[in-house]
Design a protein around this ligand. Structure first.
Ligand SMILES: [Zn+2]
Length: 310
């Protein structure tokens, strides 16, 4: 009898250990809590992290990401985040206050839980003289809209894979594998995208806000005239008049704008000149056809190609 009691005790203990180990294991397998500023970065983080990550993004794709007002629920998410992926520079003018409000030390700039994707990017339009926001400009450290160039997409995906492996080294191989698969899909499209507008003439395109220099650089196009007289300053009748002359002189065919700014200025310029308004996605999810990063680039390249066909 005594022996049987002892036997039962050890069996119970063994069962308890199995449950405990299972619970600890389950805890260790909790997905990494990732918060991104942009939906585009969230799409990349999901592609590379798979079911190892739980990703939320802050800026809705249909809004201007410079001027988002984070909600209390965003502050809470950032407070609990293990990885905070952002564009850096002065893209998210709300990033500093959000980080202050969240008070999460591990995801502050240059901490292990922070990933500023601008760091690996060759920036365009870095000012060679001091500029201030008082002049209306808001790209003080170089143009921050770098993710629109698919070659930068590859750099960003690599940076995300490296960071996930650093945070979660046990699954390094998984991240590497997903990165390879994703990059192979991107690389398969790059030559076709790159040559798609090589015959376009003229090369000039008009934009609303100066947020496409990286895509233009990739496609071999030029966008040097904008409906905004300065980045962040809405179009004025005088600016539209100025552009009318420019569009006629250069025979510009495309006026590019995202979904989240009013269309009147672009429509008015198009009506006066015969150019076409082309709605491109600045971020993943802005239009149904821009459901993921590769789909977004495809939409942008195809839309420009259609408007600029000879
Ligand atoms: Zn901008």
């Amino acid at each position: 009898m005594k022996r049987s009691l002892r036997h039962d005790f050890f069996r119970l203990l063994a069962a308890a250990c199995v449950v405990l180990i299972g619970a600890l294991d389950g805890f260790a397998e909790q997905p990494i809590r990732v918060v991104t500023t942009l939906s585009t970065f969230a799409d990349l983080a999901k592609a590379i992290g798979g079911d190892r990550v739980d990703v939320a993004s802050i800026a809705p794709a249909k809004f201007n990401a410079h001027f988002i007002e984070p909600k209390p629920s965003d502050v809470l998410r950032v407070k609990r985040a293990q990885l905070f992926i952002n564009a850096g520079l002065d893209l998210e003018l709300w990033r500093g206050p959000l980080l202050d409000a969240a008070g999460n030390v591990s995801i502050q700039p240059n901490q292990p839980g922070e990933l500023d994707l601008s760091r690996g990017i060759q920036l365009l339009e870095v000012p060679d003289h001091p500029v201030s926001r008082a002049e209306g400009d808001m790209h003080l450290y170089g143009n921050p809209h770098y993710w629109t160039d698919p070659e930068n997409g590859r750099v960003m995906a690599q940076a995300i894979a490296d960071k996930l492996a650093e945070i979660d080294p046990a699954h390094r191989e998984e991240y590497k594998q997903r990165l390879q698969e994703w990059t192979a899909r991107l690389d398969a499209k790059l030559p076709e995208w790159k040559s798609r507008l090589s015959a376009a003439s003229p090369k000039e395109v008009v934009g609303y806000h100066n947020e496409w220099p990286y895509l233009m650089h990739f496609l071999g196009l030029r966008m040097e005239a904008f409906l905004e007289p300065k980045p962040g300053i809405p179009p004025t009748p005088k600016q539209i008049e100025r552009l009318e002359t420019y569009v006629r002189e250069k025979s510009v065919k495309a006026i590019v704008q995202p979904t989240y700014v009013p269309r009147q200025a672009a429509d008015s310029l198009a009506k006066r000149t015969g150019a076409t308004v082309v709605v491109l996605c600045q971020n993943v999810g802005e239009l149904p056809t821009c459901g993921d990063y590769i789909g977004m680039v495809e939409h942008n390249v195809a839309s420009l190609a259609a408007a600029m066909a000879p």
